[in-house]
Design a protein around this ligand. Sequence first.
Ligand SMILES: *[C@@H]1O[C@H](CO)[C@@H](O)[C@H](O)[C@H]1NC(C)=O
Ligand SMILES: *[C@@H]1O[C@H](CO)[C@@H](O)[C@H](O)[C@H]1NC(C)=O
Ligand SMILES: *[C@@H]1O[C@H](CO)[C@@H](O)[C@H](O)[C@H]1NC(C)=O
Ligand SMILES: *[C@@H]1O[C@H](CO)[C@@H](O)[C@H](O)[C@H]1NC(C)=O
Ligand SMILES: *[C@@H]1O[C@H](CO)[C@@H](O)[C@H](O)[C@H]1NC(C)=O
Ligand SMILES: *[C@@H]1O[C@H](CO)[C@@H](O)[C@H](O)[C@H]1NC(C)=O
Ligand SMILES: *[C@@H]1O[C@H](CO)[C@@H](O)[C@H](O)[C@H]1NC(C)=O
Ligand SMILES: *[C@@H]1O[C@H](CO)[C@@H](O)[C@H](O)[C@H]1NC(C)=O
Length: 372
Amino acid sequence: MFARGRCAVVLGLLCAAAVSAGALVCPTGCECSEAALTVKCVSKDLRDIPSGIPGYTRNLFITGNHISQIGPESFQGLENVTNLSLSNNRISEVKSHTFSSLRSLRSLDLSNNQLAVIHPEAFTVQSRMLRELNLSRALYNHSSVMDLATSLRWSSLSDLLVLDLSSNGLVFLPSGIFCHLVGLRRLQLGNNSIVSIHNGTFTGLDHLQELDLTHNALRTLREEALKELEQLHSARLHLADNPFTCTCDIEPFAAWLNGSRGQVVDIEGLTCAFPVALHNTSLLTVGDLELGCHKAGDSDNLALQTSYVFLGLVLGFVGLMFLFVLYLNRKDIKKRIYDMRDACREVWEGYHYRYEIDSDPRLSQVSSTADV
Ligand SMILES: *[C@@H]1O[C@H](CO)[C@@H](O)[C@H](O)[C@H]1NC(C)=O
Ligand SMILES: *[C@@H]1O[C@H](CO)[C@@H](O)[C@H](O)[C@H]1NC(C)=O
Ligand SMILES: *[C@@H]1O[C@H](CO)[C@@H](O)[C@H](O)[C@H]1NC(C)=O
Ligand SMILES: *[C@@H]1O[C@H](CO)[C@@H](O)[C@H](O)[C@H]1NC(C)=O
Ligand SMILES: *[C@@H]1O[C@H](CO)[C@@H](O)[C@H](O)[C@H]1NC(C)=O
Ligand SMILES: *[C@@H]1O[C@H](CO)[C@@H](O)[C@H](O)[C@H]1NC(C)=O
Ligand SMILES: *[C@@H]1O[C@H](CO)[C@@H](O)[C@H](O)[C@H]1NC(C)=O
Ligand SMILES: *[C@@H]1O[C@H](CO)[C@@H](O)[C@H](O)[C@H]1NC(C)=O
């Protein structure tokens, strides 16, 4: 009796130990696999990073929850985590050194969040292990890009290989935003609203192998942008699905494409979006003929014709003004004409009279006798 009781107590203790160990081994709402070194806490309405994540974890997925706050205290004791995904949450702020305790972190996925505030050392990871940073659809709006630029500069990411910034509504890229990512191989900027590329946009990306600029708002690439892309000599470029506008502005870009020898991998897919008449025309076939930019003779003629028309208009106007002035002074002029006519008549009549006198001998005699 006594022995059985002791046994039950021991069993109970063992059970309790097992249960508490189980609770320690895997946090509620998560599935843990020690064999796969993986913990998944997926779509469980979690509001915070759960505590008690086992130390063996290499792959940690806390995705599809309602997590809004993360900070340096969130990931204590997880020195073995190499892959961390926090995608599909509501994270709005990343504090400095949030991931510093994750000493083995190589891949960080923050895609599909609402980052509005990113502190300068948000992505600092000890021993510069971070290789991959996914910020696809992660920024709350374009305004966060300045914070992002600062943190990319301050977070010592010189060994980062892959950066995904796609689908963030980015309109422009601050000059030098990537200049500290000297090891970057792949840069995803697709599905944004980037309108132009300036001197300095891609400074520092000397080892880039792939640049995705598809689905942006580029209408053309000007000389400045082409120089910038040329600096990325070993990078394969993706440029399709931009609203390229085939007016004279596209010429330098079209010529550059024609000579770019395979740097642009989707070159066959680049087409004019505007004007309507050239819609879907390949940028490789858009030449002088279709755009009509360099018909110097024609434009000279046009200028000449324009100046003739202008001259004609001016002369016509002057003529009209002259007639108008005449009209306004019509009475005065009439009077003068009459005066002139009368004066003329007097002169004429005097002359005529004298002539008649001179030509009539009798009259001249009369006049001479009268003189006498
Ligand atoms: C991390 O992994 C190593 C080797 O697999 C192990 O010795 C260590 O205890 C782990 N760290 C923690 C906190 O469990
Ligand atoms: C972990 O990240 C690496 C890239 O750093 C990747 O190749 C690997 O597939 C990832 N593992 C898992 C389980 O997601
Ligand atoms: C980043 O995450 C998005 C969505 O979660 C995914 O589609 C994309 O492939 C990821 N990027 C990289 C470079 O793995
Ligand atoms: C981004 O969101 C913030 C906060 O709501 C707002 O103040 C700012 O104007 C927004 N910026 C843009 C470009 O929409
Ligand atoms: C492009 O980005 C928008 C948000 O800016 C997103 O809603 C849309 O799903 C993205 N499209 C693709 C194909 O990723
Ligand atoms: C680009 O900027 C650098 C310095 O910031 C300058 O030396 C260079 O001349 C500029 N290039 C062009 C094409 O403006
Ligand atoms: C554009 O051209 C491609 C083939 O060159 C064709 O498949 C596509 O339907 C065309 N699109 C439009 C809108 O005409
Ligand atoms: C493209 O380049 C070739 C020679 O490399 C040249 O003959 C052709 O005229 C160029 N086409 C255009 C549209 O510039």
